[in-house]
Design a protein around this ligand. Structure first.
Ligand code: FAD
Length: 552
């Protein structure tokens, strides 16, 4: 199959790009599960943007910079904040219904979340992502230039330098993908490719992310020689529902925004001891506080309580959370909710410039798969949907201009060669390695880290990588095997990045270096698979020159 634009991922970033590119050429969207399954579909709280006249771009920028703990790229923050309202107006024009203030017909009900100095979160009750995906998917399915290939798992990028080592500056011409319905690997060739595969929460045992979040785009880009940055900054959401039957159900930050209090099982409130903003402290502070209370006192969970607010308000403001908790016998209008922290958001990822372009020509990235410079060492709540919309749009504009400037067509690449691979009769190896990696990451590379645990994790992940590599080449690819290979690779990137940063900052906290070290560490942690192709040094230095100029 061949198209002008290939989009790998059907969440907010991918579908924004697809709709923007569609008037200019053919678009293929690959998604490894049927749409709308994605992180986007589960977003509850909403999307941050300056909307009220009392708010300002300056304050949204400052809030983002404060959360990012010195590592945000100011120029990127300013761009995203400034372009936010326009992207939101486009989403509204697509038919997305954000909640209105009670009693009004055209005033949006702006929510407030931790770290925001104003109410600026547009939301669709507590199911914002589902509403966004409903409208986007409907529009995409009604756009003839867009072909959606569901149940297609991208395996590896088609990068010309891999096939012809004499090519100095690599270009991407599409991807090999597994059609899981017929177990066949296909080539999808394209003149411009977007990675929009979302996050990597499944690298950890406990996560708020759905099953698709296995870091595939990060691993693919790394294998293609693209620099990956800031992988040590994993955001742990403080409050996932703790119930044996509930799989990764998030209790939104917006509850704390509306006054919910955290309590230990013995009834003691504890947040004020950790931060002056108490429950509205940044997420990393809240997650570490809960982790500490649980570890010091041996509790299996803590409680989040919103029962002091009126029952009608709670039911109306949080209908999904109310209904879901009721399924487990918890009436949140009366009962406190048992919660634990869980891996939630990956601040690091594929390095891009301000257009979503990567060091490989014709390869773009947008959304949670990236490190654009917006989040720095910690993401401000509800800035990620905003980033996906802004960079999905920006990458599409750049890719359209690129394709208009040249008419080059993708080379003909060889079909997938399974070599001597046979059908696996030992899928237990895959499940065993999945479990081992996720448990090891949770125990050794979690909310609080140490040199000793990280060294142990590196040793284990190297051994597992060897075993998985061997298995990968000996047996025919399956979706599980592709994902296992990717989570192992992403786990290794997280561990190496965490070992590299010898200080604590934002989401990276280690007991061996508990303080900031501004003299040495106000910089990104960049990893490149240098032995494959050297990264495009010109791209990297011009990116940093532009950012340094903007910062000055
Ligand atoms: C429970 C939850 C609540 C959240 N709440 C908020 C919130 O309130 N506000 C906010 O700003 N952010 C929130 N986030 C984060 C936010 O939802 C994500 O960062 C954002 O949706 C990412 O969008 P995306 O388009 O980059 O990726 P996604 O929406 O995750 O889409 C990824 C797509 O890539 C596809 N894919 C992945 N790998 C492959 C592959 N190998 N081949 C083919 N396709 C592939 C998937 O099938 C999917 O279609 C929340 C996240 C979760 C999990």
């Amino acid at each position: 199959m061949e198209a002008d634009f290939l989009v790998i991922g059907g969440g907010l970033a991918g579908l924004t790009f697809a709709l923007q590119a569609a008037p200019h050429g053919s678009v293929v969207v690959l998604a490894k599960q049927p749409l709308p399954e994605s992180n986007t579909a589960y977003a509850q709280g909403g999307i941050a943007s300056v909307w009220s006249p009392e708010d300002s771009f300056r304050e949204h920028t400052e809030d983002t910079l404060v959360a990012g703990a010195g590592l945000c790229h100011r120029d990127v923050v300013e761009t995203v904040v400034r372009e936010g309202p326009e992207r939101l107006r486009e989403l509204i024009a697509l038919g997305i219904h954000f909640s209105l203030r009670p009693g009004t017909e055209d005033e949006y009900d702006l929510g407030r979340e931790g770290g925001h100095s104003h109410r600026r979160i547009l939301h669709a009750a507590d199911a914002t992502g589902a509403e966004i995906m409903r409208a986007l998917v409907e529009r995409v399915r009604n756009t003839p230039a867009i072909t959606v290939l569901e149940n297609h798992v991208a395996i590896d990028l088609l990068v010309d330098a891999k096939f012809d080592p004499t090519i100095g500056s690599p270009s991407c011409w599409g991807v090999y993908a597994l059609d899981r319905t017929v177990s066949r690997v296909e080539r999808v060739r394209a003149r411009a490719t977007l990675l929009a595969t979302g996050g990597a929460g499944k690298v950890y045992l406990y996560t708020s992310n759905p099953d698709i979040a296995t870091g595939d785009g990060i691993a693919m880009a790394y294998r293609a020689g693209v620099p990956i940055a800031n992988m040590e900054f994993i955001q742990f959401h403080p409050t996932c529902l703790y119930h044996p039957a509930a799989k990764s159900f998030l209790i939104s930050e917006a509850l704390r925004g509306e006054g919910a209090r955290l309590r230990r099982p013995d009834g003691v409130e504890f947040m004020r001891r950790y931060h002056p903003q108490a429950e509205l402290a940044p997420r990393d502070v809240v997650a570490r506080a809960i982790d500490n209370e649980m570890k010091v006192h041996g509790f299996e969970h803590v409680y989040l309580d919103i029962s002091h607010k009126g029952a009608d308000f709670v039911r109306e403001r949080f209908p999904t959370i109310h209904a879901r908790c009721l399924e487990y016998g918890i009436d949140i209008t009366r009962d406190p909710i048992p919660v634990v922290p869980a891996a939630h958001y990956c601040c690091g990822g594929v390095m891009t410039d301000e257009h979503g372009a990567t060091t490989v020509r014709r390869l773009y990235a947008a959304g949670e798969v990236t490190m654009t410079g917006l989040h720095g060492a910690n993401r401000l709540a509800s800035n990620s949907l905003l980033e996906a919309a802004v960079f999905g749009h920006r990458a599409a504009c750049h890719a359209v201009a690129l394709l208009q400037a040249d008419q080059a067509r993708p080379p003909t690449y060889p079909g997938w060669n399974p070599g001597a691979a046979v059908d696996s009769d030992e899928s237990v190896v895959v499940t065993q390695n999945w479990d081992e990696i996720r448990r090891m990451m949770w125990n050794y590379v979690g909310i609080v880290r140490s040199n000793r645990r990280l060294a142990r994790a590196l040793k284990r992940i190297s051994l597992l990588q060897d075993e998985i590599r061997q298995y990968y080449w000996d047996f025919k690819v399956t979706a599980d095997l592709i994902e296992l290979r990717n989570i192992a690779s992403v786990a290794e990137l997280i561990v190496i990045s965490a070992i590299t940063r010898k200080e604590s900052r934002g989401l990276h906290y280690t007991i061996d270096y508990p303080e900031h070290d501004d003299a040495r560490w106000v910089r990104d942690t960049i990893l490149t698979r240098a032995e494959q192709f050297a990264p495009d040094q010109e791209f990297l230095s011009s990116l940093y020159r532009r950012r340094a100029e903007a910062a000055a």
